[in-house]
Design a protein around this ligand. Structure first.
Ligand code: ZN
Length: 597
């Protein structure tokens, strides 16, 4: 691209598609609450009287209220993302939280009355053409029916929610307030967990090793309290599972993900069978770093030093790689940029990381970035626009209520989009250092998503099993299970320090959403499989893929992926994904060796 084009600093959000300003947003809230209350007054207590046509009118209206709620909530969320300390944004957030809860409470009857409907009546409605655009999500809602308790019991469970979430809050506070003294070369300073973890990506080995041991040592004094939080939550969850009639602690997560236990187990076993792929890489990486054996702290050591990527260059990479896959994807990317729906530069007070949020059927999604010209930022741009293109195509065809998928499917298009841009970049890039960095980053983030997340899910399974046997989850017991599962993964391919036993203690997913992590393994593996099909036969693949994006959340993951010939319960399906992963490993090894010349 020519010099003088748009720089990152100019790429800022324009929120006018959401609201003209805070005044309009404030003014719109009471109108929406009124509308939701009026809607509820018309329909509450009447769901069982409605025929298919009347039910469709109700669903369409609820869909409009849902989009209006989304528009106002996204506006507030984006205002806070731009500056978390802005007093006006915080005032607006208070209004948004309170009025948002009013709207949600007003609509609550809908789900309850729908679930309460008798099966014959519900089936007749679900089979009618009028309800078709909503049918899948409505069906999923009813699957909870056997596990819902009586009203008084549900109210009692709700009433104890603050006390239960206090364990999570205590865990978060213990982790967030931990300050570990560490000298990174500029004298000893207090470090947070995430700042210590960031040293693991640094080229200086002594820094990596000392940061890791400082972290593990620093966690030790809090291990007992962190274990007690986890023990209390696991015990509580198992107690409620018994009341509801769940027999497997993974079942609630699997239901939310719309995946059956058999498919999840087939995926996890195939993953464990393939640990050797990672071990081969760790052995090769030791050689590339001139070490006899890799230490755990060397796992993410950089191979190759990537050059910087200007904003116009990143835009060109994503634009071209999307466009040559399908012009429609490139078009959506450019439309979001042109509409001012991307905020790129980091600045004080702005939210960290990156995200993409859908808004409504008629407003394009918004994307937040913190673009700093690193190679990884280019990949992140592609990732977020994988989400954005999925949102736009799904919202074009589906009702608001039906567009969104669970995390396992939602992370497929984002991961697939990363592969599109990574491959384009590998083709176009001539700098051997950048090529090596790209291929090894890509491989190691796939390992982190696939292998590490599976190790974490196995740790959770074993912890729940211990608790079900009546054994308390003490720090010592958790450490034992943790280290055994880590050892099973790494084998003898790297040196696992004994101090790593406490590694379970700061991971938030265990505390907040049980078995959350396997969704990432699923998405990565499916994206690898889809990318393999694309490479083998692009002409047949592209229309199927666009159709998949357009179906949004209107079918289960198994049904969404069936047109690609993926049988999620078959171990063979998952083995094919590992053949793809192994090819990435080989490529990374070749490029890293070439960079060393
Ligand atoms: Zn994502």
């Amino acid at each position: 691209m020519a010099a003088g084009e748009l720089q990152t600093a100019d790429v800022l959000w324009d929120l006018s598609d959401l609201a003209s300003g805070d005044d309009q947003a404030r003014g719109d809230w009471p109108l929406l609450v009124e509308r939701a209350n009026e809607f509820a007054a018309r329909y509450r207590g009447r769901i069982d009287e409605l025929d298919a046509a009347a039910m469709r009118l109700l669903l369409d209206e609820a869909d409009e209220v849902g989009q209006e709620l989304s528009r106002l909530q996204v506006y507030t969320h984006l205002r806070l993302s731009m500056d978390a300390a802005d007093p006006d944004a915080n005032d607006l957030a208070t209004v948004s939280r309170d009025r948002g809860a009013d709207v949600e409470n007003a609509l609550l009857f809908l789900g309850l009355e729908w679930i309460a409907l008798d099966d014959d009546r519900a089936e007749a409605l679900l089979a009618s053409p009028e309800i078709e655009p909503f049918a899948h999500k409505l069906r999923v809602e009813r699957e909870e029916k056997p596990y819902v308790l009586g009203e008084a019991e549900e109210q009692a469970l709700n009433a104890r929610r603050p006390a239960v979430s206090a364990w999570g809050a205590l865990h978060d506070r213990q982790v967030a307030t931990l300050e570990i003294p560490f000298d990174a070369g500029e004298g000893e300073q207090a470090h947070t967990i995430s700042s210590l973890l960031s040293y693991l990506y640094r080229p200086e080995r002594s820094l990596r090793l000392s940061a890791q041991s400082a972290l593990l040592e620093g966690l030790q004094p809090r291990a007992d309290v962190l274990a007690a939080c986890y023990d209390a939550l696991v015990g509580d969850r198992l107690g409620i599972d018994r009341l509801r009639g769940f027999t497997d602690p993974m079942q609630p997560t699997n239901m939310a993900n719309e995946l059956d236990g058999e498919a999840v187990e087939a995926m996890m076993s195939a993953t464990e069978e393939s640990y050797e792929i990672a071990r081969r890489w760790f052995r090769a990486k030791a050689g590339l770093l001139d070490l006899d054996t890799l230490a755990l702290a060397d796992q993410y050591a950089p191979l190759g030093e990537a050059r910087a990527f200007s904003w116009p260059e990143a835009v060109e990479i994503v634009d071209t790689s999307f466009d040559r896959f399908s012009p429609r994807l490139g078009e959506i990317f450019r439309a979001c940029l042109a509409a001012g729906h991307v905020d790129a530069p980091p600045r004080a007070g702005k939210a960290t990381g990156a995200y993409c949020t859908p808004v409504t059927k008629t407003i394009l999604p918004y994307v937040l970035l913190n673009y700093t010209e690193r190679l990884r930022d280019v990949t992140t741009l592609a990732h977020e626009f994988g989400h954005a293109t999925h949102n736009v195509l799904a919202l074009e065809r589906q009702a608001w209520h039906s567009h969104r998928t669970g995390i396992p499917v939602a992370e497929v298009p984002s991961t697939f989009a990363q592969s599109l841009s990574d491959d384009y970049l590998l083709e176009a890039e001539t700098d051997p250092q950048t090529r090596a960095a790209l291929a090894s980053d890509r491989l190691e983030s796939a390992f982190a998503a696939i292998f590490r997340q599976t190790v974490l899910a196995r740790f959770e399974q074993r912890s729940y099993a211990l608790r079900m046997e009546g054994r308390a989850l003490t720090a010592e017991r958790l450490s034992e299970v943790w280290q055994e599962e880590q050892q099973r993964y790494y084998g003898d391919s790297l040196d696992l320090p004994d101090s790593y036993r406490v590694g379970w203690s700061y991971i938030p997913h265990f505390i907040h959403v049980r078995f959350y992590t396997y969704a990432y393994s699923f998405a990565q593996l499916v994206a690898l499989l889809l990318y393999g099909s694309y490479r083998d036969d692009p002409e047949a693949f592209v229309p199927l893929y666009l159709e998949f994006l357009g179906r949004g959340g209107s079918a289960s993951p198994a049904d969404l992926l069936a047109p690609f010939g993926l049988d999620l319960r078959s171990t063979d399906t998952w083995r094919r994904a590992f053949a793809e992963l192994d090819a990435l490993r080989q490529n990374a090894e070749d490029l890293a060796a070439a960079a060393q010349g």
